[in-house]
Ligand binder design. Structure first.
Ligand code: NAD
Length: 477
């Protein structure tokens, strides 16, 4: 069976304890690889390696760092097929989506290679002195990531960390560490000094906790659940550590009476169900104007019927299995709760039938009408393929309902009127608003959450700033 080891100080190593775990395919429970499972001591070794590499890497000129990051992007592209296959086998997503994820991770490295060259300072002259303002790398960064986009979400951290001059220790998700590890290995192989890029596997409560609590790490970049983010924030407080948190979402999708309903329905089906709804910016709540509710709902059901579900390794599959039985059980529970509170099931709501689905965590994309805010699907992050629909009379009411949540990651509005789009966009409480578009990710623009969806921003030049400290040097006359 394939073995996946950790990466510490430029070497592939087993954990100190020798412990291993088998990673299984969520589509059929077949073993994919055996992975080394580390603990606190392994995390300490990786942090020490990153600390030793920091002076070398941070003093490497930004032009040279850019060359290495471009070489890393090329190497990721060369190995993209292998990394993507591992990603599908461990996570379940269709191979075409896994390929897109890996190629987009390579693009993030290219983007930050260039962005790192633009880490300019300031020169300020006053009557008594001159001031130079520098932006310097914060130090060793701990990069902790979830299983839903294990490669892309890590690339959003690895790119800016290295471009800024930081070294890092990555902790991929325990149940899907394979593709992320291969991604970092490719980055490392592009010519980084040993110890600049490290990977430690193991449980969040041990390896992750050590990365957060150990004074060697000066910065924590975390993507994951809001509950884990709260824990990290509390524990980073002891050392006033720099933190970026990308947390859960409960994104609303508003369909106005003047929306292009064909486009809105296609966008909604894709964003509610791709990756089986296991995306932080998935459509979680659909608010449709009374006058177009029937037509929009019909179109949404038609679009959803066309989605092909199956093992992600098969060609032409749109939806794979869910990541785990726990995720599927939560989805079942949220659907049952909505139905008990009066929602109507329009599509899905159960596992698909047939031998091909018997051993995987499959679930049909699910559409509910008659939803209201007493239901868990409208209040909690389901992280499953469910689109609950609620009708509204006036846009003010839709915006109020959309904001009635502790989360604030993304929100979507479909309308053909610019005034309506601006009215809603300016009032929705979210870090990103999609107007007539169902993705709010753009490499050059900031991504992150309001309220309990997070703190700080990734992507764009904002993503680089998250790894820099400001220093003022005052020169006397
Ligand atoms: P999770 O919080 O359970 O785990 C994320 C990572 O944190 C894993 O590597 C885990 O091992 C580690 N971890 C767990 N406990 C830890 C601790 N005490 N200290 C340090 N690290 C610890 O999240 P998950 O279930 O893997 O991912 C799903 C969640 O991620 C969803 O809530 C989703 O919305 C969120 N997410 C957010 C974004 C975003 O950009 N806002 C993107 C993707 C996913």
């Amino acid at each position: 069976m394939r073995q996946s080891q950790m990466l510490i100080n430029g070497e592939q190593v087993a954990s100190l304890s020798g412990k291993v775990e088998v990673i299984k395919n969520p589509a059929n429970q077949e073993p994919v690889a055996e992975v080394s499972v580390g603990g606190r001591e392994d995390a300490r070794l990786a942090l020490q390696a990153a600390e030793q590499a920091f002076p070398v890497w941070s003093e490497t000129p930004s032009q040279k760092r850019a060359k290495i990051l471009h070489a890393a992007a090329d190497l990721v592209r060369t190995r993209a097929e292998e990394i993507a296959r591992l990603l599908t086998l461990e996570q379940g997503k269709p191979l075409k989506n896994a390929r897109m994820e890996v190629l987009s991770a390579a693009d993030a490295l290219d983007y930050y290679a260039e962005e790192g060259k633009r880490n300019f300072g300031e020169w300020i002259t006053s009557s008594q002195s001159r001031s130079i303002v520098l932006r310097q790398p914060v130090g060793v960064a701990a990069l902790i990531t979830p299983w839903n986009f294990p490669v892309d979400l890590l690339a959003w951290k690895v790119g800016p960390a290295l471009a800024a001059g930081c070294t890092f220790v990555a902790k991929p998700p325990s149940a899907a560490p394979l593709a992320a590890t291969e991604f970092v290995r490719a980055v490392n192989d592009a010519g980084l000094p040993p110890g600049a890029a490290n990977v430690v596997h193991g449980p969040g409560g041990e390896v992750g906790a050590e990365l957060v609590e150990n004074p060697i790490s000066r910065k924590i970049a975390f993507t994951g659940e809001t509950k884990t983010g709260r824990w990290i924030m509390a524990h980073a407080a002891g050392q006033i550590k720099r933190i970026s948190l990308e947390l859960g979402g409960q994104s609303p999708f508003i369909v106005c009476p003047d929306a292009d309903l064909e486009k809105a329905a296609a966008a909604c089906a894709q964003r509610a169900f791709s990756n089986m709804g296991q995306i932080c910016m998935s459509v979680n709540r659909v608010y449709v104007a009374d006058e177009v509710a029937e037509e929009f709902t019909e179109k949404l059901v038609q679009r959803t019927e066309q989605l092909r579900i199956g093992n992600g390794m098969e060609p032409d599959v749109d939806l794979g299995p869910m990541f785990s039985e726990a995720m599927r059980e939560k989805t079942r529970e949220h659907v049952a709760d909505a139905l008990a509170r009066g929602a109507e099931l329009l599509y899905g709501g159960r596992e698909p039938e047939g031998a091909a689905f018997a051993r995987g965590f499959f679930f049909l994309p699910t559409i509910l009408s008659g939803a209201d805010h007493s239901m868990k699907v409208m209040r909690e992050e389901t992280f499953g393929p469910v689109a609950p629909i609620m009708q509204f009379k006036k846009l003010e009411e839709a915006v109020f309902l959309a904001n009635d949540t502790e989360y604030g990651l993304a929100a979507y509005v479909f309308t053909s009127d610019l005034k309506t789009a601006l009215y809603a966009s300016e009032r929705l409480e979210a870090g990103s608003i999609g107007v007539n578009v169902n993705s709010v990710v753009d490499m050059q623009a900031p991504f992150g959450g309001w309220k309990q969806s997070g703190l700080g921003r990734e992507l764009g030049h904002h993503g680089l700033e998250a790894y820099l400290e400001t220093k003022h040097i005052r020169l006397g006359n």
